[in-house]
Design a protein around this ligand. Sequence first.
Ligand code: SAM
Length: 731
Amino acid sequence: MTIEASFDVPFVAKLALREKQIQQNYRPIIAVHKWFARRPGTLFRALALAEFGSDPVADLYYRANGFPGRKIADPFMGGGSPLIEANRLGCDVFGFDINPMAVWIVREEIEHLNVQTYEEEARRMLTALRAEVGGLYVTDCPLYGDADVPVKYFLWVKVIDCRSCGKAVDLFPGYLIAEDSRHPKNVLVCPECGDLNEVTDREKPGSCRGCKATLKLQGPASRNRCACPHCGRANRYPSSEDGSPRHRMFAIEYHNPPRKAHHNGRFFKKPDAKDRARVAVATERWARVKAQFVPDDEIPAGDETDRLHRWGYSHYRQMFNDRQLLGLETSCRLVREVGDERLRRALATNLSDLLRYQNMLCRYDTWALKSLDIFSVHGFPVGLVECESNLLGISDARGVSIGSGGWANIIDKYAKAKRYCEAPFEVRGNGTGSIQIPIKGEWIGESLADGRRRNVSLRCADAATEKLAAASLDAVFTDPPYFGNVQYAELMDFCYVWLRRLAGGGAEGFDRPSTRAAGELTGNVTRGRGLEHFTEGLSRVFSRMAEALRPGAPLVFTYHHNRAEAYFAAGVAILDAGLVCSASLPCPAEMGGSIHIHGTSSSIVDTVFVCRSRGRMPRRWLFTSAEGLEAILLSDLAQLAQAGCKAGGGDTRCIMLGHLTRMAVWNLREGWDRGVKISKKLDRFALAVRQIADAEALLGRMPAGGARPRSSRILLTAPDSPTRSRGAATF
Ligand SMILES: C[S@@+](CC[C@H](N)C(=O)[O-])C[C@H]1O[C@@H](n2cnc3c(N)ncnc32)[C@H](O)[C@@H]1O
């Protein structure tokens, strides 16, 4: 079978859509360590089944499958989604990534781990850590009078000194810290005395129960200005000359295990003198520590990191408070003492992943009442209120984690991820809920005790310069960078500078001071990498992969971008590689509610491009007019709707650009001269797209959700030969 013949859009879209709602339930392996913009594992499983299986995808999907001896490469492996799926299906895999963190993470995912010994070691480490710093993560419960109950989160507000009167000014954007969704009432901070007030109607919050001051939702800090409550001066923030921001702890959410069963809602309090004293103790203790593991690296300039500079952060260590630094340094020392190399590496990976919750850029979700990690959007947004999670984490009597962002949470998720490697499963909807279906016989890894093996080759390298044996690959499945969507290296450096010190010796690529590399294929203004750099790099990578593919074997990649030019880059790369695009299939790949997507016109749907040097595809896909494109688009939207995916305007645009790219490749394939300058090739491609249809005009007439456009007379200059729509086209 081939993907073109057997890929099942509604079946896969339904799986992918579900997976992206709670990816950890479908692919627990992603919890090994954060990576950005992971595509659905279900999609890549389905692609491999469609290409190598001999039955319809829906028949194969919930059964154990194996394609031993097949060789699959991913030149941009990132968090490893495509590669892990291929490995799980018994294929030999070749993965590349220019970022050493990606290689570290995929190796951690694939390499065998004895989960039981890991859990024992992790517990030992956690006990030792608790003995050292546990006293800094407790509080007294003012409601029931219990002492030393565990803190879930400490909330901190940024503070500046007024430029006029010099007095401290809290930069509160608002005073609401908890909405009445997961807690019976709204919780508001009093602007005058700082008391926490539980309020039924947040539109009419009334007055403070302590000082009787008027409660309000809106805080004084807005649009980089904050009026001083003492003298009225409007202060501007941030100011990089003042150094990294100062914070004041103003609220605590804690847990009270013995009272929880009879208590309605969460537990909040205003910090008391003992809470403040614990902060002071942490600072004192930290001042006496000679750090071995806390990095002293500067934060280099960058498209994302410049925001940190504007806020006065010049070094990574400034992004943590003293209690966090003390706890993290202590954690590193304990990890370093672990004798077994495999377990030490696992715990070092955990520490690196834990960092995203243990820093002063985490925000508190006032609706979900939990910490939002530093990477909840693909950048470094600096909030005015920050959330410090309990470093140790909290588990209930049954071992279930309470709250997020601590060691206990990370260990729990990691153990689940590694168990999944040994016993993978799929999740199937069963009407109201879903059930796990064990896929007995499949496994993730390199070898089993009974001697079964598959080859795994992971390299930290620029895929544009790597060479694989000619005609050796059965497929390339990949998720390339989508031009400038995510600054992988700038973001990952935040973890890398720690992991490198703790465990980096000898790991491939860890000799570099930063994960940034000139060859990284992300558009980056700071580094002067524009569309041409991206196109050139993608073209070199695709060309290398095309040489390594058996004739007719597919290069499959997912893609989406809001800008048409980013598709032109992909089209040029396909043509330069001497490939034809034989399918462009829609598949949901992001979660609509994702914080980085929500409220934007961004697409959640990717185009899956299937490219080959030779092969067949349904002739009906070869449209020559805007009407033809419209028919294909409507069919795609209908198939997505069948899967419960309501495509928005951004999605329709991306799907359409996918088809236009495919057809422009088809129209340009003969006589394409790869030797021409990149800028010329991009222009030529743009023209070829325009000659097929006016994308913007069609989009303007295309209501979201798959209804028919109001008018279909929007063809500009369609090729004049009518295309027969039946049968297969061979190339
Ligand atoms: C979209 S991510 C891959 C995501 C991955 N498929 C997943 O599911 O997690 C793209 C990756 O390409 C890598 N990359 C960028 N330029 C590269 C190059 N020249 N060679 C190899 N990898 C590169 C980035 O480091 C990033 O990890």
